[in-house]
Design a protein around this ligand. Structure first.
Ligand code: C2E
Ligand code: CA
Ligand code: CA
Ligand code: CA
Length: 278
């Protein structure tokens, strides 16, 4: 038993060291990523199912490191948060997405807005207001062209303070979406405290809609509640026609997912838009 205990201990130590090492290595390389042009944004269309038109595009980070290769945001965003790098990266995301939208608009793409993910550290420590104002000024766009996506957990960690920050953004016209809806605290009380424009149903509920009756019940309940509260719903992770049918039968306002399109580089999104929105 003692031997086994030691083996287990050594296994965990090795695993911990490996993870700590990976984290450190990710952080080291992420430090130079912005300056070295290794970060890019791809854009996933958010579509109105009745018309098939693209109404918004969510900006999603991609990192291609010359040393580490492609690193997924699930891996590097937490590292960026813990190291504080997310403040600088998050600002770059807002600025880049707005500059992209400005250039799309000059090319004739009308009635489109960009959605950006805002992480906890960026929301609480990042001077979000200044970052947004600066990016609006340099892109020449209005706050109405931008939607920020926040998770419930970020809001619930301090509802009063969140309300203060969000009330500052409101006069600019910036919209608010609740991301990963249903996976967090799911206290709905905040819906009364400030205006929420969109709820994004997490893709984990959409995935098994056909086979899991609990997921189907949750999605139906969220859709009918949102209708009563006059909040529009975006379903994430829609991959097939059955999921789409389930959602449109229940009047889901917007869909996002591989069924319509993967996240795309800017030029590809423009080509898709030309087919769907003209
Ligand atoms: P998220 O905000 O929930 O974004 C949705 C994720 O689902 C994206 O993963 C997207 O590529 C993926 N997805 C879209 N459609 C489908 C589908 O039909 N099926 C499946 N299985 N997946 C789909 P991605 O791009 O890997 O991003 C993962 C997460 O990383 C995001 O989840 C978000 O939390 C974070 N993230 C990405 N970009 C940023 C950013 O600029 N800032 C911050 N703070 N977080 C970001
Ligand atoms: Ca999101
Ligand atoms: Ca999600
Ligand atoms: Ca997420």
């Amino acid at each position: 038993a003692k031997e086994q205990g030691r083996a287990t201990f050594e296994f965990f130590t090795r695993e911990l060291n490996k993870r700590a090492y990976e984290r450190l290595s990710t952080e080291t390389h992420l430090r130079g990523a912005l300056a070295n042009d290794e970060l890019q944004l791809v854009y996933q269309p958010i579509v109105e199912p009745q018309s098939g038109r693209i109404r918004a595009a969510e900006a999603l980070l991609r990192w291609n490191s010359p040393v580490l290769g492609r690193v997924s945001p699930e891996q590097f965003i937490p590292v960026a948060e813990q190291s504080g790098l997310i403040v600088e990266i998050g600002h770059w995301v807002i600025e880049t997405a707005l500059m992209q939208l400005a250039s799309w608009k000059r090319l004739g793409m009308k009635n489109l807005m960009v959605c950006v993910n805002v992480s906890a550290v960026q929301f609480w420590r990042g001077n979000l207001m200044q970052s947004i104002q600066q990016s609006l000024a340099s892109s020449g766009l209005s706050g109405r062209d931008l939607e920020i996506e926040l998770t419930e957990n970020v809001i619930m960690s301090d509802v009063d303070k969140a309300r203060t920050v969000l009330n500052q953004l409101r006069p600019l016209g910036v919209r608010l979406a609740i991301d990963d809806f249903g996976t967090g605290y799911s206290s709905l009380s905040y819906l009364k405290q400030f205006k929420v424009d969109h709820l994004k149903i997490d893709k984990s509920f959409v995935r098994d809609l056909k086979t899991d009756s609990d997921d189907a019940a949750i999605v139906s309940a969220v859709l009918s509640m949102a209708q009563d509260l006059h909040v529009q719903v975006i379903a994430e992770g829609v991959e097939n026609a059955e999921q789409l049918a389930f959602l449109t039968d229940r009047n889901c306002d917007f869909i996002q997912g591989y069924f319509f399109s993967r996240p795309l580089p800017p030029n590809d999104l423009m080509r898709l838009w030309a087919r769907t929105n003209r």
